[in-house]
Design a binder for this molecule. Structure first.
Ligand SMILES: CC[C@@H](C(=O)O)C(=O)SCCNC(=O)CCNC(=O)[C@H](O)C(C)(C)COP(=O)(O)OP(=O)(O)OC[C@H]1O[C@@H](n2cnc3c(N)ncnc32)[C@H](O)[C@@H]1OP(=O)(O)O
Ligand code: CO
Length: 139
């Protein structure tokens, strides 16, 4: 089931400040445009690294999962990891069959393919996202 690490989600109170840090401190050169994903309650910006991506996440409102995370971690920080899977429904069924709680139904994520989240309590304390691998040429 486990595919490549697609991204590490990083919560931040300010995408603008976080982008400046990745660009000016770490020398990132491949930084996408920030965009809103209201269905997930987040504003998103991807920073490319040589082998993966950092997904910067800012809350769109007080109901956002990122807002609650920032209440506990005001500076922000690592929020989740995301692994690719070939088939999201098969991955959900397999995980649930192994006793892992999946948070809701598959939803379209930032790469335009369906994503699910596994509860951190069932994943050794790490919120874990699974996304269906984008088809060749898409995103
Ligand atoms: C951009 C779109 C998409 C993509 O395509 O990539 C995204 O990545 S969207 C990212 C934001 N969306 C989500 O996180 C959706 C899934 N998250 C949730 O359903 C909830 O945030 C949560 C994980 C169930 C937590 O719910 P919450 O209401 O905040 O409950 P608690 O604060 O009570 O937490 C319960 C329990 O879980 C621990 N926790 C919470 N967040 C994390 C985290 N990011 N990493 C690790 N652990 C986390 C929290 O500490 C509690 O633990 P206990 O104290 O042991 O009960
Ligand atoms: Co993500």
């Amino acid at each position: 089931m486990l595919g490549r690490l697609n991204h590490v989600g990083v919560a931040t109170p300010s995408i603008d400040d976080a982008v400046a840090r990745y660009r000016d401190v770490l020398g990132a050169t491949q930084i996408g445009e920030a965009f809103d994903l209201p269905a997930q309650g987040v504003r998103v910006c991807f920073v490319d690294t040589p082998n993966s991506q950092i997904e910067l996440l800012e809350p769109l409102g007080p109901e956002s999962p990122i807002a609650k995370f920032l209440e506990k971690n005001p500076l922000g920080g690592q929020h989740h990891v995301c692994f690719e899977v070939p088939d999201i429904h098969a991955a959900k069924a397999e995980l649930e069959g192994k006793g892992v709680r999946i948070l809701g139904e598959p939803r379209i994520g930032a790469h335009g393919t369906p994503v699910i989240f596994a509860h951190p309590r069932d994943m050794g304390g790490m919120l874990t996202e699974f996304m269906e691998t984008p088809r060749e040429g898409a995103h």
